[in-house]
Design a protein. Structure first.
Length: 399
């Protein structure tokens, strides 16, 4: 096994078990190629970790083990896949035997499950996997076979079309890997709600599984409320609100295709169409229009797409987050609730709260934090890898 030598003083993060090794921390390597397993060694010869080499990315390697005796092979990957799935089942995040209530959940969450660069989501009998790093990319066929074997899925589909692959020198790859292609869109069940998922062209791997618990919370909060759902995408927050007894729901998105899917999801769940309004518009522009019209709501949901994928985009994203939260708070009646989210990895939970607090000041309103919101238990975060906690949110009550 080839070695990766770390500069003196740059091994501290590895000693704290952080899984990323940046290119600037490397003193020299021994000519390993992307995807190759390397021994990470301090300049004084101490073993630090075993990692998969990426190569061209600023994150040059990602740790797969801190145990010098651990072999990195098919046996290890199978064990980690099996463990991850069993742990989710133990917490009720997903069961392979009882899918009557929910049959879609995250199976593998990258570094936090010990398989850096791999995300795998289950949608009924289909598994969609996403490979985001040059370190994991050469092992595509192995992981497809293991996922099919461990889960019993009838289809393993690849959605490796994330922007981060460009930083890794990788091309976009989508398509069927194993099994039989299902009828698309796939119909899933989430807490009894029927949802269409487009695994071929839908956002992420087809759906925002990370918002499952928050959709359920929306359902419990919506009774007898007039709801405004911004960036509604496939309308599942809107459907959850209707199933929870909302008086009305206005849903805004700039994509006509997304709104078509949203309407279908409302129909699948027998929502009253007369109580639902679908608006194709730029959310920022339409919120101002609603403000100027004197509209107000009892529950406002702000769930924008990723505005700051890296730290370089934070300043611009902060202005956008403040803008929509200011408008959302102005449209909220006294005693009303705001559910506001950020899925931007470059925006920390602390910064997001500061942005929303600033929006409240500029809106001239007082607000209380009732709950901090995050992804569900099928999206675990390693305590050594805070970057894995990308989704953060706040449930606020306007005073």
């Amino acid at each position: 096994m080839k070695k990766l030598i770390i500069k003196t003083g740059r091994e501290k993060s590895l000693l704290r078990r952080h899984p990323w090794i940046f290119s600037g921390a490397i003193k020299r390597d021994e000519g390993a190629i992307p995807g190759e397993v390397v021994r990470v060694i301090a300049e004084d010869g101490r073993y630090l970790a075993t990692a998969l080499l990426s190569g061209t990315s600023q994150i040059a390697a990602r740790v797969v083990s801190f145990d010098e005796k651990q072999s990195v092979d098919e046996t290890l990957w199978r064990a980690r896949l099996t463990r991850a799935i069993q742990q989710r089942e133990a917490l009720g995040a997903g069961s392979s035997t009882d899918n009557s209530s929910t049959n879609a959940w995250r199976l593998i969450h990258g570094e936090s499950d010990g398989i850096p660069g791999l995300v795998a989501d289950r949608y009924g009998d289909s598994v969609v996997m996403q490979l985001s790093t040059a370190g994991i990319d050469p092992h595509r066929d192995l992981f497809a076979a293991l996922l099919k074997d461990v889960t019993g899925a009838t289809c393993v589909y690849e959605r490796s079309d994330v922007d981060v692959r460009k930083l890794e020198g990788l091309e976009v790859r989508n398509g069927l890997l194993l099994g039989t292609m299902p009828t698309n869109p796939v119909m899933i069940i989430e807490n009894g709600m029927r949802i269409e998922v487009d695994i071929v062209t839908g956002h992420k791997t087809g759906f925002y599984l990370d918002q499952r618990d928050n959709r359920d919370l929306t359902r419990t909060l919506a009774r007898d409320r007039e709801v405004l759902n911004c960036f509604c995408y496939s309308g599942t927050m809107s459907v959850a609100a209707m199933l929870g007894g909302a008086r009305s729901v206005m849903s805004i998105d700039s994509s006509a295709h997304a709104l078509d899917t949203a309407r279908k999801n409302a129909e699948h769940n027998r929502c009253n169409a007369a109580q639902m309004e679908w608006v194709e518009a730029d959310v920022f522009t339409h919120l101002r229009r609603l403000r100027d019209q004197g509209k107000s709501f009892d529950l406002v949901i702000l769930d924008p797409p990723k505005l700051a994928p890296t730290s370089h985009h934070v300043e611009k994203a902060a202005r956008a987050y403040k803008d929509i939260n200011l408008l959302g708070l102005k449209l909220l009646r006294p005693g009303g609730l705001l559910m506001t989210y950020s899925c931007s990895g470059g925006v920390s939970a602390e910064l997001f709260q500061k942005i929303v607090a600033g929006a409240a000041v500029d809106a001239g309103v007082e607000a209380q934090i009732l709950q901090r919101l995050a992804a569900g238990t099928d999206h675990p975060v390693s305590i050594h890898f805070p970057e894995g906690e990308y989704l953060k949110g706040l449930l606020l009550r306007r005073q």
